[in-house]
Design a protein around this ligand. Structure first.
Ligand code: GLN
Length: 308
């Protein structure tokens, strides 16, 4: 596998020149109106080494709302601050269902399948509310420090847009509350969940912030946030659950722990070596970036850097 900066940059450049030509660009997410304004053909990709050095191509410094990529950081913070207790409330099996599905929640008595579907992320936020009454601010501050970008913040327009179309996530929250698996008021949990999804970051910043997982639990400043065991587990859940009902397809094509979001971002981890982030808003029918999947597929095939 390749680890030479110049060669990796060459690979990124070749990908940026041709990405998306083989497939239609996909459709942008429509259920959050502000996201529907995006141009599906935009593209950026960044790679961050464990020491924070980054390289990138295309619009790798353009900020987008990270959406479900935030679920990785929420899980990291919940494991760091609440530990094993989290696993009494949320599972770690792939769901095989869309990210906002209600179906399994009733069969499984309000325990979401994993932390990376919306229901699971609500459980994680609820768990974090036992640690702090400001979980989304905790996450934002963590992301500022890890990415070295003290100005990054919530996109209030995106948060407001999602809050105005919250019925499905509210349904998930209320069903879980009915089963006794939310301890805080549903509106409070939703407020923090929506804001964490609305943090605006660039590919470069996401790739740097993801370093905590790539470095097996060490933060950017070298201090330990997660045990090696917990970092391993986060990577495992990214591999098995990070692309919702397309996690199998993601492993098949990309072969890395990854996490996608409906704004078209995907973060992927080559454990111990580097963190990748790609952004392109055109989505396939399961909500994953079409050009993003294509770019990561080509990256791991060309470099040999997958976990397989
Ligand atoms: N904020 C989005 C939602 O709750 C996140 C979903 C996603 O990125 N898949 O629907």
């Amino acid at each position: 596998p390749m680890n030479d900066t110049a060669a990796l940059y060459g690979t990124l450049r070749r990908i940026a020149e041709t990405v998306g030509r083989a497939e239609p660009a996909g459709r942008v997410a429509h259920y959050i109106p502000v996201l529907a304004e995006a141009d599906p053909a935009r593209f950026g990709m960044a790679l961050a080494f464990p020491d924070g050095e980054t390289i990138g191509v295309g619009e790798w410094r353009h900020r987008f709302s990270i959406q479900s990529i935030s679920k990785v950081f929420a899980l990291v913070l919940a494991l760091a601050h609440r530990g094993e207790h989290l696993w009494t409330r949320v599972g770690r099996e792939p769901s095989g269902n869309p990210f906002n599905s209600l179906v399994q929640l009733e069969y499984e008595q309000g325990i979401p399948r994993n932390p990376f579907i919306n229901a699971g992320a609500l459980a994680v936020t609820d768990e974090l509310l036992d640690h702090t009454d400001q979980p989304c601010e905790l996450m934002r501050d963590f992301l500022r420090e890890e990415s070295g970008a003290p100005d990054l913040d919530f996109d209030q327009r995106v948060a407001d847009s999602e809050a105005a179309h919250i019925d499905r996530n509210a349904a998930l929250g209320h069903l879980m509350a009915d089963y006794g698996n939310l301890r805080h008021p549903v509106p409070q949990v939703l407020h923090h969940y929506v804001r964490q999804c609305a943090v605006e970051m660039s590919c470069e910043e996401v790739a740097r912030a993801g370093g905590v997982v790539t470095r097996h639990g060490l933060r950017a400043d070298g201090s330990r946030l997660l045990s090696r065991g917990d970092a391993k587990r986060v990577n495992a859940i990214m591999l098995t659950c990070g692309a919702y009902d397309a996690a199998g397809e993601f492993a098949f094509r990309v072969g890395l722990p990854g996490k996608s979001g409906v704004s078209g971002g995907i973060m992927a981890v080559v454990p111990g070596r580097y963190t990748l982030c790609v952004w392109s808003p055109g989505l396939d029918r399961r909500g994953n970036s079409v050009a993003g999947m294509d770019a990561l597929d080509r990256f791991t095939t060309e470099t040999g850097c997958s976990v397989f």
